[in-house]
Write a protein that binds this ligand. Sequence first.
Ligand SMILES: Cc1cc2nc3c(=O)[nH]c(=O)nc-3n(C[C@H](O)[C@H](O)[C@H](O)COP(=O)(O)O)c2cc1C
Length: 401
Amino acid sequence: MAEPLLTGDVPSEDGPAARRPPGPGHPSGLGRPENADAAGGLAPPASLADFAERARAVLPADVWDFVNGGSGTETTLAANRAALDRVAVLPRVLTGVDRPRTEAVLPGGTYALPVAVAPMAYQRLLHPGGERALAAAARAAGVPYAASTLSSTPIEGIAAAGGTVWFQLYWLRERALVADLLDRAHAAGCAAVMVTVDVPVLGRRLRDVRNGFALPAHVTAANLPRGRDDLAHQGTPGVSAVAAHTDAVFAPALSWADLAWLRARTPLPLLVKGVLDPRDAVRAAETGADAVVVSNHGGRQLDGAPATAAVLPEVVAAVGERCAVLLDSGVRSGTDVLRALALGAAGVLVGRPLLWALAAGGRAGAEAALALLAAELRDALTLTGCADPAAARHLSTRIGG
Ligand SMILES: Cc1cc2nc3c(=O)[nH]c(=O)nc-3n(C[C@H](O)[C@H](O)[C@H](O)COP(=O)(O)O)c2cc1C
């Protein structure tokens, strides 16, 4: 039987995801009995990390691993966090700032926060509301939602549920399919195209290999022609079906000529995601990108790639005013957003924490997570004497203390 969705949640098209039911006393997953307050109510999460334990309690173990795992020995996954933790920001004092504004300019517009929801595949693995629920939460928070090529809801359905939706392009082997996806995204009202360039093949994600991870039948690559995701459903011990699928459908040998083709093919703002080397960032800007996203895919691609916070300043310095620079991989709080801004980013993408919140409480959970992030960022700006995120880009930093 389907679990009740939270009020205001977006119903699924064809039944619930395979999830463990929440335990008694916390039907939404957002509160747990041990966190109950004196009145018997359930204490809300106090940090984005608090959503992780709630998600873990309701998700099948292999889905938890798919979301939280990295590639190889997960060295880069850990390095992302360690590098952010090493960034100390020097507060400015006596600036007369009372209540800072959090609005920020990102490609295509001004948004409530310098934050966008990272593109993440197959969100109906997490919750029956899937992409629609998370996109609706992003709309409520006033931030862009990046819809993955591998979404489990068609791009048209996501655009209808969301506010500002960016279409994330994975370059498929068939150019005609790429062109069709771009046309569909434009027609659906997407506000930007974000092309991901760090997945010539999927990184070796050992948790998925060991789990023989495959998609359940009700979670499909909804933007692809029927049957084009069959491989992702074929569970084989010792094989990640998701990796086998992407290796079969993704174009492995993209070049700058392809990026130039894309720039000419879409009139929308173009973001290039998955850049780490400053030379590639400059070349992307010179090819017409409106932004680059300094990303190592949350530690899911090249294990041994540097932490994004470690290379961000070099990329910002190299790119200069040519285009905006965003960062993702490891952002877990408003303090982390402040750190990225102080290192020169225009904004960040947030990934896994929003999947945890989606798993824990559907749309309401994701809204709560984004509201918490906004409150944390406002506090961080207040504590550093910044009137807005633009001012935070002038703060000084010290690495390692
Ligand atoms: C479950 C999952 C699925 C993802 N799917 C995609 C995707 O379809 N396209 C993409 O460009 N990046 C994808 N990513 C990478 C994210 O966009 C982002 O780079 C990364 O999650 C940021 O790191 P964080 O999770 O530590 O915040 C995915 C990440 C996760 C965790």
